[in-house]
Each structure stands twice: as C-alpha cells, then as structure tokens.
Design a protein around this ligand. Structure first.
Ligand SMILES: Nc1nc2c(c(=O)[nH]1)N[C@H]1C(S)=C(S)[C@@H](COP(=O)(O)O)O[C@H]1N2
Ligand SMILES: [Mo]
Length: 207
C-alpha cells in the first residue's frame, strides 16, 4: 500500500494534478475594472420564463439574502486552495427571482470587459454555486472580483468570473471566453477536464 505523500493530502484530497497553494494569488486576464456603483447593475436576460429582462442595482442586489459556502478553488494552472469561506447570494436565489424558461439548458455568466463563462444549468443551480461579495467575512478586494464574483466549487475556477454583471439564460450551449480559447467546455477538475482537445462527444458545441 502506498503512503500518502503528506498529511495534508491525507486530510484534503485534491483533484488529480493539483497542488495546494499558500496565500491567495491573483489570476485573471486583462485589467482590474473600476467599480462605479451608480453605473453598476446585475442583469438576467435571454430565455427568462416571463420573457422579460430583470435587473438589480448594487443596493438591491446586496440586499438579497446572504448565504455562505465553504469551498475549494482549483485553478487549471494547477494550484488549489481549500476551505475558502465565500459569502453572497446563491445562484438558486437568482433562479427563483428571475426564473428561466422551461427549455433553458445552459447559462452564460457575463463579467466586465466582455469576459464570459458558460455553465450547464445543472452546475449553475447546484446549491453551492454562489455570487460572492465576501471572502472569510470581508468584502472582496478589487483584484479578487469586487463587487461580485461567481463561485462554482465543483468546476475549475475559470468557470467563476470575477466582476460579474449578469447571467444569460440559453436554450443551447455556447462557449465562453476561455472555452473558446482551448479550455474544456465543462471543466470538472475531478475528471481533469482541462483542455478542449480532451472533450468527448456531447461535452460541448463544435469548435
Ligand atoms: N473576469 C474574469 N474572471 C476570472 C478570470 C478572468 O480572466 N477574468 N480568471 C479566472 C481564473 S482562471 C481563476 S484561477 C480565478 C482566480 O481568482 P483569484 O484571482 O481571486 O484567485 O478567477 C477566474 N475568474
Ligand atoms: Mo485559473
């Protein structure tokens, strides 16, 4: 029988190929957007059940029920952080307030500067998918996504945009920013779905 390589691995198994990271690095593409509260809104659009767009200003969105989720973060560049406490608004809350049409299968989560990430509805409606405003009880810093970032614990971290501005309900799948640029359409770290060349039939739209 093989021995675990360290006590840490014994206590907290990580997805294949991942290493534990100390501290909290900053990882993203492009500049950090400036937050302008008077211009900020959170929009739900696309295939909504009532055919209408829904939007919240910053005050309204941050007044929605606050929940916490303890989750691991797995970056596809191979570092992981474990036991991060996020606070914010559950994706389920958004789905309840602005329900999707019955034929919605995927969502596109949109962030500042056109960054986007596509998710299966099932991943979006998981009980631990959270629009986070806080980490460990403190407001997010600008570089970590203030005022709002998505956390999808069961997927690689690029699936969770920082500086989120809205959600598009979709009746077919479409690739987001990194998914168009060589990353896996689904991105399950436990199945090590890192790159689009690993996709199997049904994992995503044609490239
Ligand atoms: N808007 C935006 N969000 C993003 C990214 C990005 O490039 N742009 N990168 C993602 C990736 S690859 C990772 S690993 C996490 C990193 O979050 P952190 O900088 O708070 O550690 O943010 C994700 N969210
Ligand atoms: Mo990442």
């Amino acid at each position: 029988m093989g021995q675990p390589e360290s006590r840490e691995e014994e206590q907290q198994p990580l997805p294949p190929g991942q290493r534990l990271q100390r501290g909290w690095p900053v990882t993203h593409y492009g500049p950090v957007p400036k937050f302008r509260p008077e211009k900020w809104d959170f929009r739900v659009f696309g295939a909504t059940a009532d055919g209408e767009k829904h939007s919240w200003d910053h005050e309204q969105f941050t007044a929605l029920p606050y929940e916490t989720v303890v989750a691991d973060l797995h970056c596809v560049t191979k570092f992981s952080m474990t036991g991060v406490e996020w606070g914010g608004v559950l994706a389920r809350e958004v789905l309840e307030l602005a329900p999707p049409a019955s034929d919605v299968t995927h969502v596109m989560v949109w962030a500042e500067y056109g960054f986007s990430s596509n998710l299966r509805l099932a991943d979006f409606e998981a009980g631990t998918t959270l629009f986070a405003t806080h980490r460990a009880g403190e407001l997010l810093t600008a570089e970590h996504g203030f005022p709002l970032r998505l956390v999808v614990p069961q997927l690689y971290a690029w699936k969770g945009p920082k500086w989120v501005r809205g959600v598009e309900y979709m009746t077919t799948d479409r690739r987001g920013f990194w998914e168009e640029r060589g990353y896996h359409n689904i991105g399950d770290p436990w199945r090590e779905q890192r790159y689009s060349y690993q996709e199997e039939a049904g994992d995503g739209p044609e490239l």
